[in-house]
Design a protein around this ligand. Structure first.
Ligand SMILES: [Zn+2]
Length: 287
């Protein structure tokens, strides 16, 4: 199936009110397991590669893997450079064939965020690449098992600004802040769903939620029903994957395990885990 952009996948998700997972795809085990799950459940999927993974995993090696895997899939799969913070990296990702990029200018003053996002959109749209941008700040550290964060109200997305931002920048998806945090939540997540619904009613493009690990099943249903179309999920899956491998390996010296067996186990883990998540987002059968 040809590679698709997040725009194609998410417009339909917004109309039909289901969530599409955007999963960190940092190695082959993750990529293979996640795509198998999407194919088995006939669900669209987004494979994300974060700039934060470089330089350990070079973009030049990772992005072509994501792109190739997405094009080989039997369901629509998009690729995205997650949290691109500079034009150089974004242009490199586009040259490496990604179907979508995220520009994260959320730490910039509003007018600067608009200006930089517009520039990324101009370059990306010229070659048919979709763009996600962020307005308001999602605090916390993605993939950090040891630190916890709480949403900061003053950094939440303003619904009126969101509408202005989308009109002026022409982005394809907007990442918003409404109590969501990267990494682990401190205490129970406290999400401002009224704000989410207000943004959804004022903004014409699909909305993206970063930091979607660790919610209750009921809350996933609520965020999707309230207007989130793209659900970026990693930390909780990363912690579950490590614990699954710990079970297999046991205490040092107890089990004789060869590395390729670890690879096979990890692929199986990501396949099973992703299937459960897809069902939770209500997008099984959507592809
Ligand atoms: Zn994020």
């Amino acid at each position: 199936m040809p590679l698709v952009g997040i725009r194609e996948i998410l417009v339909e998700a917004r109309t039909r009110r289901y969530g599409v997972l955007s999963l960190l795809a940092g190695n082959l085990e993750m990529i293979i397991g996640q795509i198998r799950a999407a194919e088995e459940l006939r669900a669209p999927l987004i494979l994300a590669f974060s700039q934060e993974l470089t330089p350990q995993v070079p973009l030049e090696l990772a992005m072509p893997c994501l792109v190739r895997a997405a094009s080989m899939a039997h369901v629509p799969v998009a690729t995205i450079l997650d949290h691109g913070r500079d034009l150089d990296t974004i242009v490199r990702a586009i040259r490496l064939g990604t179907s979508s990029v995220m520009f994260d200018g959320s730490s910039l003053p509003y007018e600067e965020n608009v200006r930089h996002t517009k520039e990324v959109v101009r370059i990306a749209h010229a070659v048919g690449v979709s763009v996600e941008a962020e307005l308001g700040t999602v605090v916390g550290l993605a993939g950090s098992a040891n630190s916890e964060a709480k949403g900061v109200c003053s950094l939440f997305t303003d619904p009126d600004l969101a509408s202005d931002f989308v009109q002026r920048t022409d982005v394809d998806a907007l990442a918003i802040s409404f109590g969501n945090v990267h990494g682990r939540y401190q205490g129970d997540p406290s999400l401002d769903l009224c704000r989410l619904r207000a943004i959804h009613s004022r903004v014409s493009v699909p909305l993206s939620m970063h930091g979607a690990s660790g919610l209750t099943e009921a809350l996933y249903r609520e965020i999707v029903a309230s207007g989130i179309s793209k659900v970026c999920y990693y930390t909780a899956a990363g912690i579950r994957a490590a614990s699954d491998l710990r079970q297999m390996l046991g205490p040092a010296g107890q089990n004789d395990v060869c590395y390729h067996e670890v690879i096979a186990r990890a692929i199986r883990f990501f396949e099973t885990d992703t299937k459960a998540l897809i069902k939770l987002m209500g997008c099984a059968g959507a592809a």
